[in-house]
Design a protein around this ligand. Structure first.
Ligand SMILES: [Zn+2]
Length: 203
């Protein structure tokens, strides 16, 4: 398959642009940016279900979108998009019931279809890509939320070397206070910029 050369439109990273991306303009669309978790209402709901008191601050995700057109050997063409998401997402470890932040890296490919029928008839067992209904006002923001929700682990767990195996959860019995304290110290997040900050102040 060869890729068709087309003008590329740089996507404006504002929330309103991400709610209406024109995939039918005849142009290719590229873009990347940062979104706060609080700008994704269904993600906020999902987090609140697990942690009612979860404090949202600047947590967010990096997104990147590419699109291209593949020309089929027998004529015809396929408009494809790739969506890459990187985020840290708060979860509750199902082994020790402590909150932890899981890194999600999502890389998904889609082929844009002109009709719902074509989307419905797209083979479900295609592991490489899914089909989406193309639009002049495609809800990219919704797709980003869908992809995060789809990719959350069903039974989130700390990696075994991090999870405090001594804190085995017995329903009805709270983990001991001592256990909690030790656990928190071990998992205290290290700010990767802490040393940079120090350098900056020293300079
Ligand atoms: Zn754990």
């Amino acid at each position: 398959m060869t890729q068709k050369n087309m003008p590329v439109k740089e996507l404006n990273a504002s929330l309103s642009s991400l709610s209406q991306v024109d995939f039918k303009s005849g142009q290719l669309v590229h873009g990347k940016g940062f979104l706060k978790l609080t700008e994704l209402p269904r993600i906020v709901d999902e987090i609140k279900k697990r942690f009612a008191e979860y404090e949202f601050s600047e947590q967010g995700l990096m997104w990147e979108l590419h699109s291209w057109i593949d020309e089929l050997p027998g004529g015809g063409q396929l408009y494809r998009i790739q969506l890459i998401l990187d985020l840290a997402y708060p979860l509750e470890c199902q082994r020790c019931l402590q909150a932890f932040s899981d890194e999600l890296h999502i890389d998904s490919q889609f082929v844009m279809k002109e009709s719902l029928e074509e989307v419905d008839n797209f083979p479900l067992d295609n592991d490489d890509e899914d089909a989406l209904l193309t639009s002049h006002q495609f809800q990219l923001l919704e797709l980003i939320e869908d992809e995060i929700l789809l990719n959350l682990p069903l039974i989130p767990k700390h990696p075994p070397e991090v999870c405090d195996s001594k804190m085995i959860y017995i329903p009805g019995i709270a983990p001991s206070r001592e256990g909690n304290v030790r656990h928190e110290e071990e998992n205290e997040p290290k700010n990767p910029f802490a040393s940079l900050k120090k350098l900056k102040f020293d300079a």
